[in-house]
Design a protein around this ligand. Structure first.
Ligand SMILES: Nc1nc2[nH]cnc2c(=O)[nH]1
Length: 170
């Protein structure tokens, strides 16, 4: 599916070339009933995995282009750890995509459009950044609060995790 052209010297595509491809994926995806976002993960050894936004198509709020590309890379490579990989995305990653990139241990992110460009198109990326940046008074759109369970009950899953000698750390 990828159609990044290689130069005559057969060198790796530049970040701008990967971003152009991500933008083209995003535009094509609109014509395929998806959101206007596309992303590419290039693994440490140069393998290319693409993803597009399928939120409304798949009834999946987490199916942002970046998350889809990261899922494709993890499935394709058989790992949950993308250390050494680079993410190229048609638009600045939203907080969820940024957090997913951190959890995937992606090394570096390049983006084309900004959260403000996304806002101009009606998307809430900038609103959600403000939600995380602000204090409790800015959290009105979705209040988050800790409830008072006993300390033992509250940390019981972590106690079980720490006692589990066959756990897989991530
Ligand atoms: N970066 C990015 N922002 C979004 N906002 C809504 N959907 C998306 C997406 O798939 N990617």
């Amino acid at each position: 599916m990828s159609s990044i052209s290689m130069s005559a010297t057969d060198s790796q595509p530049t970040p701008a070339e990967y971003l152009s491809r991500a933008v083209a994926l995003a535009t094509e995806n609109v014509r395929d009933a998806g959101g206007p976002f596309g992303a590419i993960v290039v693994s440490a050894d140069g393998q290319v995995f693409e993803g597009v936004n399928r939120v409304t198509a798949n009834l999946d709020p987490s199916a942002h282009a970046e998350v889809t590309a990261i899922r494709n890379a993890c499935q394709g490579l058989g790992t949950f750890d993308l250390t050494g990989a680079t993410l190229y995305t048609s638009c600045e990653p939203c907080p969820m995509c940024l957090a997913t990139s951190l959890w995937a241990r992606i090394d570096r992110v390049y983006f084309a459009a900004s959260r403000h460009d996304a806002a101009d198109a009606g998307f809430d990326d900038a609103v959600f950044y403000r939600y995380f940046e602000g204090g409790p008074e800015d959290r009105a759109i979705m209040p988050v609060g800790q409830e008072s369970l006993t300390p033992d009950e509250r940390v019981a899953p972590f106690t079980e995790w720490n006692a589990n000698t066959s756990r897989v750390d991530y």
